[in-house]
Design a protein around this ligand. Sequence first.
Ligand SMILES: C[S@@+](CC[C@H](N)C(=O)[O-])C[C@H]1O[C@@H](n2cnc3c(N)ncnc32)[C@H](O)[C@@H]1O
Length: 211
Amino acid sequence: MLRCKHMKILNCYSGLGGNRKKWGDVDVTAIENNEEIAKIYQDFFPKDKVIITDAHQYLLEHYKEFDFIWSSPPCQSHSSFRKNICVRYRGTEPVYPDLRLYEEILFLKYHAKCNWVVENVKPYYEPLIKPDFILQRHYFWSNKQVKEKEFKTDLIRKAQIPDLQKKYGFDLSGVVISDKRQVLRNCVLPELGLHIFTEASIIKNPQRERC
Ligand SMILES: C[S@@+](CC[C@H](N)C(=O)[O-])C[C@H]1O[C@@H](n2cnc3c(N)ncnc32)[C@H](O)[C@@H]1O
């Protein structure tokens, strides 16, 4: 069992890279479909390969090329915030939950040979597939078990841009982007991303040539 610098990592729906922030000097391919967000990610992680495309399709076509996969599909359609606050009090129309989340979990579970993690928020409904572990405000599905660990709650509903920048370690003061607060709120806490990476990215087969 080992982890090596040369392992290839796929970071799907990369956002700003909150989950990736503390992974250090590793070989990461990041997939993000929003050009503005992808550009900011690239500035923060200049050595990562950033591809602007649909992560769901990319995962399907390229999953075999990686040693570790992290996927963070959009959470809005699953979140209790949208259902309980937006729909109930703000007049937002309800939407279908985006079941590509479960497509990815099932796909990776039955086809991926590498270690993988799919992350999402705790949904407003009983999850269709039971998560493998729960940390902070997130549900995780994975082929690895990750030890429990306490992380401070994010309080992201109240937090404003300066608090969020500090919490996640992204200074966006010179950056022009629509809905900066939301982009920051999407981040996984870097310490949490590291904890999972440390435990879940260990390669099963130490004979791999790249290591
Ligand atoms: C929940 S955020 C990811 C947060 C990230 N894991 C972090 O810790 O910073 C989801 C990201 O996926 C992007 N996104 C949404 N749909 C996408 C798609 N089909 N393909 C690629 N990226 C997508 C959004 O623009 C958003 O930045």
